[in-house]
Design a protein around this ligand. Structure first.
Ligand code: PSU
Ligand code: MN
Length: 304
């Protein structure tokens, strides 16, 4: 039997932090490889890491290299994920095969949660989680991020989900799967580029202590993932109407071109970014850095 440790490779910085039980925040790499265009992808990956360090925590960007799960990447490794043409998108179903074939892989929210948990990391910052796609009542396209949250004990700090998804069905599905969604200083589910979605959340937290105590209890009870949903900072929030139009256009295009499965989310994301010019990218970067900041604060309070 192969030991789990053989398949994980830690950076020195992350290994030391974990050994000393210092706060570590996991970061995904699909957003680098497939979520944002170059060079914004690399800039924001670096900015998230810097923010986490400035808050007194250690960033652990996760990716798949040469048949191993890498926990903590160098700048060169991040750049490779952000520039290479052929990078496998790695969700739970893809992990073993990507390792077996030694392909370069970027982990989604689901893939990153899984790898973080194998590595003993409990906190994770990202932009938006995957969700139930519009039309899922026919396509059954429901992101594996949602089921991962129901089975893996990691706290995911995000800006809610993009309205390329069906946000009502996403909340229904999370409820079915028993995943807490906690509004961070808000009553509403944030919708990524915009601070509110009109969907009220059953739970909110206004202070770090509530988040950390809830996470501790969640895990003490043997329960799994949880979401803390942080609205995008006011100064970067976008107007909902043009975004909605861009989303409709992108979804129509995806249908017309027969885009399906794992390709759907990256396709729609890149079209929305193109239609809304650069504004959506600036907003995307701002919310990613903001989520990294709060995740670091939650992690620091948890390990105090
Ligand atoms: N939403 C974004 N940017 C992203 C993603 C989602 O605004 O980069 C990525 C995340 O990695 C997420 C994945 O886990 O897309 C979901 O893909 P799918 O819908 O195929 O599960
Ligand atoms: Mn899907």
């Amino acid at each position: 039997m192969q030991q789990l440790a053989n398949h994980l490779l830690f950076s020195e910085e992350v290994r030391t932090a974990l050994q000393e039980q210092r706060p570590v925040v996991a970061l995904e790499s699909t957003v680098i490889a497939h979520g944002l265009p170059y060079p914004s992808n690399i800039e924001v990956a670096q900015a998230m890491e810097d923010t986490i360090r400035a808050e007194g925590a250690t960033p652990a960007t996760i990716g798949i290299f040469d048949g191993r799960i890498r926990i903590g990447l160098s700048e060169d490794e991040v750049a490779r994920l952000g520039t290479e043409k052929q990078v496998q998108k790695v969700s739970r179903r893809d992990l073993a095969l990507t390792l077996a074939t030694k392909q370069l892989g970027a982990t989604t929210v689901a893939g990153t949660m899984l790898c973080a948990s194998l590595a003993g990391i409990r906190f994770f910052a990202t932009g938006g989680i995957g969700g139930v796609h519009r039309g899922a009542e026919v396509s059954m396209d429901i992101s594996a991020d949602l089921t991962e949250l129901s089975r893996t004990p990691v706290l995911v700090t995000c800006a809610g989900a993009k309205s390329i998804l069906d946000l009502d069905l996403t909340l229904e599905y999370l409820e079915t799967q028993g995943v807490p969604v906690i509004g961070w200083q808000t009553n509403e589910l944030p919708a990524f580029y915009v601070r509110s979605s009109g969907r009220y959340l059953p739970h909110r937290a206004d202070d770090i202590d509530t988040v950390v105590t809830t996470a501790r209890l969640q895990w003490a009870l043997g329960l799994h993932g949880l979401i803390v949903a942080c609205p995008i900072p006011e100064a970067y929030a976008m107007n909902a109407a043009p975004l909605e139009a861009a989303t409709d256009e992108a979804l129509q295009l995806a249908r017309a071109q027969g885009i399906r499965g794992a390709a759907t989310t990256p396709f729609v994301l890149s079209h929305v970014a193109r239609i809304t010019t650069g504004e959506s990218i600036v907003a995307n970067k701002a919310l990613l850095v903001n989520n990294a900041l709060w995740a670091a604060r939650f992690a620091r309070a948890y390990y105090r």
